[in-house]
Design a protein around this ligand. Structure first.
Ligand code: DQA
Length: 158
């Protein structure tokens, strides 16, 4: 099973930016922890971070036919980007959106996620642990999708 991990703008600044909100862990440290738990479950992760909306759209499009699901923190683009939402809808893969902070507890402009409307589910407010929760949920969802597909194939061949 292969999962694309897509990180939006300013998440490369984790560990430096607003530590009272996002904590002290760097993005590399978060990714190392994710890798360790993914390996235990035979899950392969592909990491990507960009500060540019179009690059994130391109990366999501590349997911079609190459990975089984997407774990994404679109960061500030969550609140603004119809283009990223459309890309998630277009590839139609199981997708979990993660936010480190609880966006519902923050400024009003952060309380709506446009991109979440295209995602399978959202995890928000659990700190970096949210990525771990996202990975567990996404792995489960993908396993269920694969099981349904296998059942359909078996029924067609019968
Ligand atoms: C964030 C929340 C966003 O509002 C913010 O712009 C981010 C990070 C989070 O992970 O809590 O950059 O997505």
């Amino acid at each position: 099973m292969k999962i694309a991990v897509i990180q939006g703008p300013n998440l490369n600044m984790l560990g430096v930016r607003e530590q009272h909100i996002y904590g002290p862990m760097t993005l590399d440290q978060i990714h190392e922890q994710m890798k360790a738990s993914a390996e235990q479950n035979q899950v392969e992760l592909e990491f990507f971070q960009s500060n540019l909306e179009g690059e994130i759209v391109d990366r999501i499009q590349e997911c079609l036919g190459t990975v089984d699901g997407i774990l994404i923190n679109p960061a500030a683009f969550s609140h603004t980007s119809i283009a990223i939402k459309d890309a998630i809808s277009a590839v139609n893969l199981p997708t979990v959106e993660v936010h480190i902070s609880n966006i519902y507890k923050r400024e009003e402009y952060r309380q709506k996620s446009i991109t979440a409307g295209a995602s399978t589910g959202v995890i928000t407010g659990f700190g970096p642990f949210g990525y771990h929760l996202g990975l567990i949920s996404l792995t489960q969802i993908i396993a269920e999708v694969k099981a349904v597909e296998a059942q359909k194939q078996a029924a067609q061949q019968a």
